[in-house]
Design a binder for this molecule. Structure first.
Ligand SMILES: Cc1cc2nc3c(=O)[nH]c(=O)nc-3n(C[C@H](O)[C@H](O)[C@H](O)COP(=O)(O)OP(=O)(O)OC[C@H]3O[C@@H](n4cnc5c(N)ncnc54)[C@H](O)[C@@H]3O)c2cc1C
Ligand code: FES
Ligand code: FES
Length: 457
């Protein structure tokens, strides 16, 4: 493994020897007097710290991706290429993303501006200057209209052929294995598992959108880390006639894009799952790895009856998602196993939908997430039903009693009302700062009523 590591910052090699691998790129930039990149929340919520990172896909094409530098550990950087707001201008000539913000009066106090500029910069290269491009950036004073105007002006410019486009065209080899202190970056599953045998107290880290929050807050997370974000085996999506196998390390942005239209449950949920900067790094493996009771992806897997594929020192294991979650953040996965993929069965003739209820419509953690899959026969008799929830128990869960109540019955108003009432009674959620238990129970029932009204009327 390569210990003499470096990364490219605005085209210049930076040696990582001696760097604290758990320090965020944002804090490191500040320690190097690079103050252009701002810190707002330090939690991945505001986008003030946005930088661009180059990612190369399986076909060898390279792309800029907007990521939150507050969540990006230095240990994950060997071999990577980062562009910050300081790297955009050429001498006195501003990048069009900067110039359009000035021309459109898109900045007042300016604190959020570098983050917006970096998101717009990425948008000019990936061709998306819609609202999605800046959905992960908050501004407290300008108001969004001038900023959106700046994006529109940018989109109206002829294609920008600049040195950044030329950089993307350069051939790249896959990232190699590397280590920064106790932060290991293997490139194969076998290498990752071998490292885990040597470092029993190490933990897996993928996109770091969960763990990065703890690191950003200065919490001690683990003595060492084994990063999964440069393992090609975990980066594959295989789409068959009856199922899609999604590598545990595939980013949610890729899932949203590459599986669009094939899984309505994903199409319904992913637009409301965090913002672009988070989705560019967050993974399915990380969502199941954290086993959060309010994660938005587990209900989808439960509703479709998917599988989780694990690799460990004793080989591979395939587990059905039913029974995978055991207790609060406890699953059937042993600590020395890693999730390599999940399989999502195609819904085919099922009627499906996902719903997410949060305090804020966008970019917020769920109060309750629900994913439903149902099939009715010609007489509206329920032939198949799976009703899955997050936020209603210590684990993501199916409403098995209500499913039993529905199965074989004709779905009319009376049955829907009985199912609603049963769903309210089926779970014993906790009250917390997001919502009390009664509200969560009411949502469990009401979301089913909404599903029937919207999809099965
Ligand atoms: C601002 C913000 C908004 C968010 N919004 C949402 C949201 O709307 N909905 C939602 O559900 N979540 C949300 N999250 C949480 C987070 O983004 C997701 O849980 C994400 O899927 C985690 O993936 P990751 O790759 O970043 O995980 P990491 O942070 O890298 O890891 C998370 C956990 O999983 C383990 N792990 C990672 N990969 C594997 C693997 N392959 N095998 C075994 N264990 C593994 C790690 O050890 C760790 O315990 C949000 C987070 C932030 C910061
Ligand atoms: S500082 Fe707010 S997202 Fe990073
Ligand atoms: S210009 Fe002040 S926060 Fe956006």
């Amino acid at each position: 493994m390569n210990t003499n590591t470096s990364f490219l910052l605005n085209g210049h090699a930076v040696d990582l020897a001696g760097a604290d691998p758990t320090q965020s790129l944002l804090r490191w930039l500040k320690s190097r007097q690079q103050h252009g990149t701002k810190e707002g929340c330090g939690d991945g919520d505001c986008g003030a710290c946005t930088v661009a990172m180059i990612e190369t896909d399986a076909a060898g094409r390279s792309h800029y991706r907007a990521v939150n530098s507050c969540l990006l550990p230095m240990g994950a950087l060997p071999g990577r290429e980062i562009v910050t707001v300081e790297g955009l201008a050429e001498g006195e000539r501003l990048h069009p993303a900067q110039q359009m913000m000035i021309d459109g009066a898109g900045s007042q106090c300016g604190y959020c501006t570098p983050g917006f500029v970096m998101s717009l910069f990425v948008g000019t290269h990936d061709g998306d200057l819609s609202d999605h491009c800046i959905e992960g950036n908050l501004c407290r004073c300008t108001g969004y209209r001038p900023i959106r105007d700046a994006a529109k002006r940018l989109a109206a410019l002829p294609i920008i052929e600049d040195r950044f486009g030329a950089t993307l065209q350069q051939p790249r080899t896959a990232l190699s294995s590397a280590r920064v202190g106790d932060f290991h970056n293997p490139t194969t599953v076998a290498e990752a598992l071998a490292l885990k045998q040597q470092h029993h107290d190490a933990i897996w880290i993928a996109g770091a959108t969960d763990l990065g929050v703890n690191l950003s807050r200065g919490q001690t997370v683990a003595p060492s880390f084994i990063a999964l974000d440069r393992i090609a085996e975990l980066q594959r999506i295989e789409i068959g006639d009856d199922a899609a196998r999604i590598g545990a390390g595939v980013s949610l942005s890729r899932i949203e894009h590459e599986l669009a239209g094939q899984f309505p449950l994903l199409d319904d949920m992913l637009p409301w799952f965090a913002a672009k900067q988070i989705k560019n790094r967050a993974t399915f493996g990380g969502s199941l790895g954290s086993a959060s009771p309010i994660g938005d992806l587990a209900p989808i897997l439960l509703a479709l009856g998917g599988d989780v594929h694990l690799a460990g020192p004793n080989g591979l294991r395939d587990l059905p998602i039913d029974g995978y979650f055991l207790d609060y953040r406890k699953t059937q996965r042993h600590p020395d196993e890693l999730i390599v993929a999940v399989t999502l069965p195609k819904p085919h003739d099922l009627v499906t939908a996902s719903y997410k209820i949060a305090k804020r419509q966008t970019d917020d953690i769920s109060i309750v997430a629900a994913s439903y899959a149902i099939r009715l026969d010609g007489e509206r008799r329920v032939q198949h039903v799976r009703l899955a929830y997050g936020g209603i128990a210590v684990i993501p869960k199916r409403a098995v009693s209500t499913e039993a109540l529905l199965l074989g019955q004709v779905l009319g108003d009376a049955l829907v009302e009985r199912a609603r009432a049963a769903l309210v009674e089926e779970f014993t959620p906790l009250s917390d700062h997001r919502a009390d238990a009664g509200y969560r129970r009411a949502l469990a029932g009401n979301l089913f009523v909404k599903f029937v009204a919207e999809k099965l009327a």
